[in-house]
Design a protein around this ligand. Structure first.
Ligand code: GLU
Length: 320
């Protein structure tokens, strides 16, 4: 069996908050409880969504939490050549095509379709750039307008990957068997965006392989992205890691905790309350006196007592 190698891959869109601390601590404990390595990758490939100073602040907070990573941090902002090479391989195989559609045109085609079909074409493909180009316009199946060529007079904007209707399935180590019909639920998805930035789906696949990740442990908000990533791994001849999707921390309205939902940052000067709360959230039943422990004592307890079976098998769970 290959050695265990896990990772935490934050996007520097804001400070580390409870939801991201769950993914950090969960992936760390899964790796370290098996004598594995835990790598860090800064997913800073989308400058318009980033906050100045957030990447460094996240690293400092992780250190204050005692979450020490192995090796050097990988920065996606420095990995453009690797993403370009992967895209070129797909281009050479005719698996991707240029797309001239604007967001508005895609949205309009859905309206027209919905009117004629008396149905909504919106699928369950949440997550990064379903048929669209960014996180904002997920959950829309790309109608395939440019699949067989761009209409005369139109300018290519993005590159999309052709998907087929063979269901992609995988066994999630916590959530169980998962499957998705990419053609019906996602559509041909964007790998190089109209603004010239590489899409999360391509970068994550290239980098998980480059870092030799054996096990991806992350929030279940990314469960719907995993089939796209497995599909890409197959096309690029890259190995598929094992996946474990932790429950995502949601607020009272069922929304994922994020900067947008005003999740409070983890206090780097006093991280113990948040760390203990994360253990509670992950079903590990931490003793309350741990709140007064040192960071080192906390991890000693957490590693000795970590049991994946105790985590709720649910995609979302209210933050405590
Ligand atoms: N950067 C992504 C996020 O912060 C996580 C990517 C991943 O774990 O695959 O949501």
């Amino acid at each position: 069996m290959s050695p265990y190698r896990g990772r935490f891959a934050p996007s520097p869109t804001g400070p580390l908050h409870f939801g991201s601390l769950v993914a950090a601590a969960g992936s760390y404990l899964a790796a370290k409880s098996r004598g594995g390595e835990w790598l860090l990758r800064m997913e800073d490939l989308d400058p318009p969504r980033e906050q100045a100073g957030a990447a460094d602040a996240i690293l400092r907070t992780l250190e204050a939490c005692g979450l020490h990573w192995d090796g050097a941090v990988m920065y996606q902002s420095r990995r453009g050549a690797a993403y370009a090479a992967a895209l070129a391989r797909l281009q050479a195989q005719g698996l991707v095509y240029p797309c001239a559609c604007t967001r508005r045109e895609i949205a309009d085609s859905h309206l027209n379709f919905a009117r004629s079909a008396h149905d909504t074409p919106f699928a369950h493909a949440s997550g990064r750039g379903g048929g669209g180009e960014g996180p904002g316009d997920a959950a829309r199946v790309y109608p395939g307008t440019c699949r067989n060529g761009i209409a005369p007079g139109k300018t290519p904007r993005a590159w999309r990957l052709r998907v087929d209707d063979t269901p992609v399935s995988f066994q999630d180590a916590l959530q169980g068997k998962q499957g998705q019909d990419l053609a019906a639920e996602v559509g041909d998805f964007v790998l190089l965006r109209a603004d010239g930035l590489y899409a999360y789906q391509l970068a994550v696949v290239v980098d998980d392989a480059e870092q030799g990740i054996s096990d991806v442990v992350r929030g279940a908000d990314l469960l719907n992205s995993t089939p796209r990533q497995i599909y890409l791994q197959h096309l690029l001849g890259l190995p598929t890691p094992r996946y474990l999707h932790l429950p995502a921390a949601v607020n009272a309205d069922g929304e994922k905790l994020s900067k947008q939902t005003l999740a409070p940052p983890v206090d780097a000067r006093d991280p113990l309350p948040a760390l203990v709360q994360v253990m509670e959230f992950l079903g590990q039943a931490p003793p309350q006196q741990l709140r007064r422990a040192t960071v080192a004592e906390f991890w000693k307890w957490a590693l000795a007592n970590w049991k994946t079976e105790r985590i709720a098998r649910r995609p979302g769970l209210p933050a405590l």
